[in-house]
Design a protein around this ligand. Structure first.
Ligand code: F6R
Length: 277
């Protein structure tokens, strides 16, 4: 796994956005796998800024979100559908018909999940999958114990995830208990996975995912089996990585050997003044 330690959240977000820009420059009809939660918000702000600056075009892009709470309609303020519209879709030119967020209101979960998998296949598979990581090491809503071969399905959330997400609701009792989520196996089929993590609260799950054993108890650790995963973590989230000096060394040497393109991908040419530092 490639591990990039970014100085801070803003820099992590710029890097992730730059990788999306690079993909769309090469493949304008790319398929993006998207995450919700606090972590990717800065990346979405970057992408919106780049779109407004006419440096990126989403007209031919297709998107698939990782997950959605069961029971929340699309316009519920805490639904992931609403989150995506507010933070990204309302501000860019991705066509409505190309947006896919799992349904929070379907009553036929199994059939819906099969359909979602088929839609991903029909779109040609996911080119870049953005991922956050939960306090318990989950990716999407693949809670500890999830099969590492799992597909899109209905999943019961753990108490830790309910507690972690209670900050978005008025009371913990309002946090849904179930979600529809892409499976670990679904995620591992993306061509490039980008795992983002920021803040000291993520230091333990990040270390477990990147340097611990591959285990269903930390579903993000399955990314170690993926041929192309880039983890972009800020200093605080990197704090418990044993090999962090090595990762920095690798990144410096890669920048030298791969030349200006790599550096450009990393940071240059991106506007810096619109993100709260
Ligand atoms: C959200 C998702 C979750 C989050 C994770 C981290 O679509 O798939 O796995 O990425 O719970 O959430 P934040 O970013 O809020 O810490």
């Amino acid at each position: 796994m490639e591990v990039i330690i970014a100085p801070d959240y803003a820099s992590m977000s710029r890097l992730a956005a730059a990788m999306v820009v690079d993909l769309l420059n090469a493949k304008p009809n790319a398929v993006l796998g998207l995450a919700t939660g606090s972590t990717p918000i800065g990346t979405y702000q970057e992408l919106v800024a780049l779109y407004r600056a006419r440096k990126i075009d989403f007209a031919r892009v297709t998107t698939f979100n990782l997950d959605e709470y069961v029971g929340l309609p699309v316009d519920h303020p805490q639904s992931y559908s609403h989150f995506m519209r507010t933070n990204l879709f309302n501000h860019i030119n991705v066509p409505e018909r190309a947006i896919h967020v799992p349904s929070g209101t379907t009553t036929n979960h199994a059939a819906f999940c099969d359909w979602y998998e088929e839609e991903i296949k029909a779109a040609g598979g996911i080119d870049i999958q953005l991922l956050g990581i939960g306090g318990d090491g989950h990716i999407a809503f693949n809670e500890p114990g999830s099969s590492l071969g799992s597909r899109t399905r209905l999943k019961t959330l753990t108490q830790q995830t309910i507690d972690d997400n209670a900050r978005f609701f008025d009371t913990a009792a309002e946090v849904p208990r179930f979600a529809i989520t892409m499976g670990v196996g679904t995620i591992l089929e993306a061509r490039h996975c980008i795992l983002l993590a920021s803040g000291e609260g993520k230091a333990l799950p990040v270390a477990q995912a990147i340097e611990g054993p591959v285990t269903s108890m930390v579903t993000a650790s399955a990314l170690q089996l993926h041929p192309r995963t880039t983890a972009i973590v800020d200093e605080a989230a990197a704090a418990r990585l044993k090999l962090r000096e090595y990762y920095r060394w690798v990144h410096r040497h890669k920048a030298q050997s791969q030349g200006p393109h790599f550096l450009r991908t990393a940071e240059a040419s991106l506007p810096r003044d619109h993100l709260a530092e």
